[in-house]
Design a protein around this ligand. Structure first.
Ligand code: FHN
Length: 589
């Protein structure tokens, strides 16, 4: 080969190599990217319980109960439940219809219950014949068909796997009616069923978006075995937070809210909330309390406006049909998403809080105002937005600019009565720079304490506002002095205040020193153990004087560098002891 020819080839190959390398490293660096962008997923709860549909031998599952728990509710013997499962034959199942429905709804990922707590696998498994392909006349591999259909439709395929709870296996957790808990060999179950089945899922179904574990597991060491297996076989695959023990430090790539949970907002970490379309996950013929499309859309907007993802469930029937009311709801949600998806996908949490008329999301130099109702005077007021507004318009009619008003730090947009979407009308604000809020100011009422918690604080360094599964939120992940939380107070009652701090800390954090700065005053203390991560206790830190009216900064940080999380901080309270200070009369200063 001539010199110039090989140079030509090299010239063609080298840029390609860079593209491949760059793509590889970008993926490796940010495996959360799709999760951050996609926002909306479909949960599918489907198994032999769908055949019972909420009824066992003439007994209904109690109202509001989850139909997929029927085996446990009625203590159905393994032998009888297994017999019943032979009847699962979803002849109407069409994987394409599932994937197309998810796509039509604007959902970007799908999570199938590959094995729920009843222990039955909805995939072909060599580990146990108790699976859809070997145990039923259907003989097909549902996971495989769904994985392929999802790929065709551009939906990310994911699996739910109940790693701890298994009412079928003699060693699995949860079945106390067939098996004596004292004689269970949980380790054997992990070794011979749970981990090997997870290996099958990670090996046979192509790249998975995430594995969704449920209900935690007893020890961190056990959780790590599941995490390690996912990392070994599919390093890009995400792991949800329920992989770990509920009482221990949170594990996984992101956190799940409680079922149907909605946080107050303001979290720094990645999170997702799993929610039902009626009152159950698995199909129940008795539950027809479907959420309306408007309700689902407004939930989606609220979740995304708080920085989270919405995993919305369908419970297919035993024959493979998706209940018609769920299809109808999802199609209408999809119609809204078709028009307004830009205000959802790839957006971040609203930096300026919530409003009486609705919510907001942001992306680049845009703020999307989601108005659930039109204010009587036709003006959407946004308090605390720092940026200059360059233009405002309805997302649907970008050519028609809306009037922008401004007064005393409040931005207003006059919205028309026409072209109003009764569910959520999206107004776009094009702003200068990245949307930011004015610093949050914490004010006080007469003789009332300052309660300083995650909601009103700013975090710096690695300090992070996190969820704790008990429905509480706290600051975690702070190890060094630059990892800080702070608040801006506006004092209007000077005087003496008693300081209380509430936190949880394990022995490993005990005696670590931390600093509380209250204006010029500095309190230094040592962390006391409270037992475990989620056992919060209140500690008295003494008193401080807030000498004058006006702004005051309060800051907490570790005093020295360390490796262990300082504490799970819940709140700092400044309780008035002897305070004075009256407001002057307006106009008579
Ligand atoms: O027990 C399960 C329940 O059946 C369902 O799968 C939900 C979905 O988040 N997870 C568990 C309860 O939290």
């Amino acid at each position: 080969m001539s010199h110039s020819k090989s140079r030509q080839i090299l010239r063609a190959i080298v840029p390609l190599m860079w593209v491949v390398l760059a793509a590889g490293s970008a993926v490796a660096q940010d495996k959360m990217e799709w999760f951050r962008n996609d926002k909306f997923g479909m949960f599918v709860h489907w198994g032999p319980y769908s055949l019972l549909a909420g009824e066992w031998k003439g007994h209904r599952t109690p109202a509001g109960d989850e139909a997929e728990w029927i085996m446990q509710r009625f203590n159905i013997p393994v032998k009888e439940y297994r017999e019943m499962a032979h009847g699962l034959n979803p002849v109407k199942f069409d994987a394409n219809q599932f994937a197309k429905l998810a796509k039509a709804a604007g959902m970007k990922y799908l999570v199938l219950t590959a094995k729920h707590h009843d222990g039955f696998a909805m995939f072909r498994s060599l580990v146990s014949t108790y699976n859809i392909a070997d145990w039923t006349p259907f003989k097909r591999d549902i996971a495989k068909e769904l994985a392929e259909a999802c790929r065709r439709e551009g939906i990310r395929f994911c699996v739910y796997y109940s790693h701890r709870e298994d009412w079928d296996d003699p060693g699995g957790y949860g079945n106390h009616w067939d098996y004596d808990p004292a004689k269970k060999d949980f380790e054997k179950y992990l070794r011979e069923k749970s981990l090997p089945q997870l290996r099958e899922l990670l090996t046979n179904y192509g790249p998975l978006g995430l594995v969704w574990f449920d209900r935690g597991i007893d020890t961190t060491e056990q959780a790590k075995r599941f995490i390690d297996l996912v990392h070994e076989l599919q390093p890009q695959c995400l792991i949800n937070g329920r992989v770990g023990n509920y009482g221990h430090e949170l594990l996984g790539d992101y956190q799940n809210m409680n079922d149907n949970g909605m946080p107050t907002g303001g979290l720094d970490e990645y999170w997702e909330t799993p929610q039902t379309l009626n009152g159950t996950w698995g199909y129940s013929k008795f539950d027809q309390e479907w959420k309306t499309p408007a309700n689902v859309i407004q939930r989606l907007v609220e979740i995304v406006s708080k920085g989270g993802n919405y995993l919305l469930n369908i419970g297919p029937m035993a024959d493979g049909t998706v209940p018609a009311p769920s299809v109808a709801v999802l199609e209408q949600v999809g119609a809204w998403m078709q028009k307004n998806g830009e205000s959802i996908y790839g957006t971040s949490a609203c930096p300026v809080g919530q409003f009486p008329w609705g919510r907001c999301t942001v992306k680049g130099e845009r703020v999307y105002l989601h108005a659930f109702q039109r204010p009587a005077d036709g003006v959407l007021r946004v308090g605390g937005l720092r940026n200059e507004v360059r233009a405002a318009y309805l997302l649907q009619t970008p050519g028609r600019k809306l009037e922008v008003l401004s007064q005393s730090g409040v931005t207003g947009v006059r919205v028309p009565a026409q072209r109003w979407d009764a569910v959520s009308t999206v107004v776009v604000l094009e702003v200068k720079g990245k949307p930011e809020s004015e610093p949050k100011l914490i004010t006080q009422g007469s003789d009332s304490p300052f309660v300083l918690d995650y909601l009103g604080c700013e975090t710096a360094g690695r300090a992070m506002k996190r969820f704790n599964r008990d429905g509480k939120f706290h600051i975690g992940r702070w190890t060094n002095p630059e990892d800080q939380v702070s608040w801006n107070l506006l004092v209007s009652q000077p005087g003496r205040y008693r300081v209380h701090m509430r936190y949880a800390a394990r022995e490993a954090s005990a005696r670590r020193k931390y600093v509380v700065e209250i204006g010029e005053q500095r309190l230094q203390n040592s962390v006391e153990t409270t037992g475990d991560w989620y056992q919060y206790k209140t500690f008295d830190l003494g008193t401080v004087t807030l000498a004058r009216n006006g702004p005051l900064k309060v800051l907490i940080r570790p005093a020295e560098a360390g490796t262990e999380n300082l504490m799970y901080f819940e709140s700092l309270t400044l309780e008035p002891e002897t305070v004075s200070g009256q407001l002057g009369r307006v106009g008579r200063q």
